[in-house]
Design a protein around this ligand. Structure first.
Ligand code: ADP
Ligand code: MG
Length: 232
């Protein structure tokens, strides 16, 4: 299968926090470019830790993580920001800047990496249109519904066109209707070529999306179902 490309390879990853808590015990997961992967498991099973290790926020105690052929533990501190350009992140609690309008929240991702003024304007406008918020570009986060705020967060995560989108319970604070709008957007990003890793507690979403489903339990992968996976 020559056209298969492994984008993420976690090999026997162990993460122990300074407290001694072993959040991941020996996790091995490979993700191909273009996959959509759910990570499920009860609270405390290590899902957020897995996302944080991919972000390079939490170092592995043993084992290794390769992303696009680079081993994370070998990245120098100053290389980390460049590595992170490959990633977009969305969290349960949106994490928007309250004192900046929607346009500026999304634009910041581009300004940080030095995109020119004209391009920022164009890219942010395109992205806001894509998430259906072009009209609200001058609004502030507080003036938006939770679903709208999460759509801004997705625009912010995607405006730099990252290869990978990491989402940690992105629908956790949303009602079913808004949750499905977010899922439609994530699906769209995936169809445009972005590899998506989404942590969720929402079994209904997992079972309707019919994607790959990895189950974590106490820091161990207990199930890895290919496309069409479900939870009971
Ligand atoms: P999940 O996202 O599946 O709920 P987490 O990855 O947040 O799980 O946590 C896994 C385990 O690691 C839990 O027992 C949690 O209490 C512990 N943990 C998470 N973060 C830290 C930390 N910074 N320091 C110590 N223990 C932590
Ligand atoms: Mg979590």
């Amino acid at each position: 299968m020559g056209n298969r490309e492994l984008l993420i390879q976690m090999e026997r990853v162990r993460v122990a926090y300074p407290s001694g808590m072993e959040a991941l015990k020996s996790v091995s997961i490979s993700v191909e470019k273009g996959e959509f992967l759910f990570v499920v498991g009860s609270s405390g099973s290590g899902k957020s830790t897995l996302i944080k290790t991919l972000l390079g926020e939490v170092g592995v105690s043993s084992g290794q993580i390769m992303v696009a052929g680079r081993e994370l533990s070998r990245l120098k501190k100053k290389e980390l920001p460049y590595y992170r350009r490959m990633l977009g992140v969305v969290f349960q609690e949106f994490r928007l800047l309250e004192d900046r309008n929607i346009f500026e929240n999304v634009a910041l991702s581009q300004r940080i990496i030095g995109v020119s003024h004209d391009r920022v304007k164009r890219n942010v406008s395109l992205m806001l249109d894509m998430v259906g918020l072009g009209e609200k570009r001058r609004a502030y986060p507080k003036e938006l519904s939770g679903g709208e705020q999460q759509r801004v967060a997705i625009a912010r995560a995607m405006v730099n066109r990252p290869a990978i989108l990491l989402a940690d319970e992105p629908t956790g604070n949303l009602d079913p209707k808004n949750s499905w709008e977010i899922m439609d957007l994530l699906e769209e990003m995936n169809q445009l070529g972005t590899t998506v890793v989404m942590v969720t507690h929402n079994n209904e979403i997992v079972n309707q999306m019919k994607k790959r489903v990895v189950t974590l339990s106490q820091g161990v992968v207990t199930n890895d179902m290919p496309q069409g996976g479900y939870v009971q």
